[in-house]
Design a protein around this ligand. Structure first.
Ligand code: TTP
Ligand code: MG
Length: 357
């Protein structure tokens, strides 16, 4: 049976948080803008969430310590995050996008996949459709995005990142291997810093190097993941674009026996909740990308605070770190805390990834 050739889009908004801030505050136009922790004249702790492309020219990057950003770009406008606004804009964009595909899958706060196979007859038509989507989002939201078009999710995702901002990259099936070959192995989903280092020591730097490596050696080094890397390096990915149904989030919370403002007690509770929650996540074979915490003060005022991690994960250390970081602002209040909670969402199934090939 021959499979029907698919055409998949991956769309990623450009410098999402700062683009929204610039839209809301026109006086920031053309200035470097950074959303993140308070820089406190270079003494601030915490990190950059994101920055616009003007700030990137000064080498500022997401996840960088805010003190380093201050050194690189003191003239930038530094803004605290307005997560509720970003979430609202995100859902408005997702509502626009879902109408364009036969299948739609939100991926991060500002990313989504679309399967447009039945909507276009070839890649030329797909490109026209992508331009239409970009125009629609620009008109309705005054924001730009970058779209990658490819024969599967893996290639589409890498393509959307290829030309940014305001990019459109089309990779036809027959061009896939050539397109991927010169790119760093880090571009492949599931290859993090440590795996990259190990691959580098084996002389594998680019996706092309990986595609030409002996798959048996990769299996010996990395187990089943090694086979997966090899398959991905050839641009093969059979996973479907699918609306994630079933569980949307998993959460745990705890009400203290007595209201407390002891940071140690609160953070230990967060660690325990994270461990308990992760067990549940692993049982369901899920990986997550978004972590949200909840803090309820003694007067019942409740705050939630979330972030998308740079990579999907199912590691306890990532969850603990994110939950602890997100809790920091609530430890400084002079009110006592009565309840804390942790939630993870934005799932992908590890089971599905195993059958990717
Ligand atoms: P990205 O799409 O990775 O980044 P971006 O949209 O800011 O920039 P690009 O043009 O390169 O796509 O992430 C989307 C949002 O997620 C980003 O605006 C802020 C948030 N984020 C963090 O909070 N921390 C991080 O480390 C990263 C990478 C993103
Ligand atoms: Mg983005």
């Amino acid at each position: 049976m021959t499979e029907k050739k698919r055409i998949i889009f991956h769309l990623d908004m450009d410098h999402f948080y700062t683009a929204i801030e610039q839209r809301e505050h026109p006086e920031l136009k053309d200035r470097p803008v950074i959303v993140g922790a308070d820089p406190k004249e270079g003494k601030g702790r915490g990190v950059v969430h994101t920055c616009n492309y003007e700030a990137r020219k000064a080498s500022v990057r997401s996840a960088m310590p805010i003190s380093k950003a201050w050194k690189l770009c003191p003239e930038a406008a530094y803004l605290p995050p307005s997560f509720d606004l970003y979430m609202k804009v995100s859902s408005q964009i997702m509502e626009i996008l879902r109408t364009y595909g036969d299948k739609f899958e939100q991926w991060g706060i500002d990313e989504a996949f679309l399967d447009v196979t039945s909507r276009v007859k070839d890649y030329a038509e797909a490109e026209v459709l992508a331009r239409q989507i970009k125009k629609d989002i620009l008109e309705k939201q005054k924001l730009t995005c970058s779209i990658g078009i490819g024969p599967n999710k893996l290639v589409a995702k890498i393509a959307s990142d290829f030309q940014k901002p305001d990019g459109l990259t089309v990779v036809r099936e027959q061009e896939t291997e050539e397109f991927l070959a010169p790119l760093s192995v880090r571009k492949l989903l599931w290859i993090g810093k440590k795996t990259e280092q190990k691959l580098n020591t084996m002389g594998i730097k680019t996706i092309g190097d990986l595609a030409h490596h002996n798959p048996t050696v990769l299996f010996d080094e990395f187990g089943a993941a090694g086979t997966q890397f090899y398959v991905m390096a050839h641009g093969i990915d059979r996973s479907e674009v699918e609306e994630r149904s079933g569980v949307k989030s998993v959460s745990r919370d705890l009400t203290f026996e007595e209201d407390t403002s002891d940071p140690q007690l609160i953070l230990t509770a967060m660690d325990n909740l994270s461990a308990d929650l992760l067990e549940d996540v692993l049982k369901r074979s899920l990986c997550f990308r978004t972590v949200t915490i909840r803090a309820r003060y003694e007067d019942f005022e409740t705050h939630t605070h979330g972030k998308s991690l740079p990579h999907i994960t199912n590691r306890l250390q990532d969850l603990k770190k994110a939950a602890r970081e997100l809790m920091q602002p609530y430890l400084k209040s002079n009110r006592k805390i009565r309840l804390v909670g942790v939630r993870v969402s934005n799932f992908t199934s590890t089971e599905k990834q195993k059958t990717l090939a």
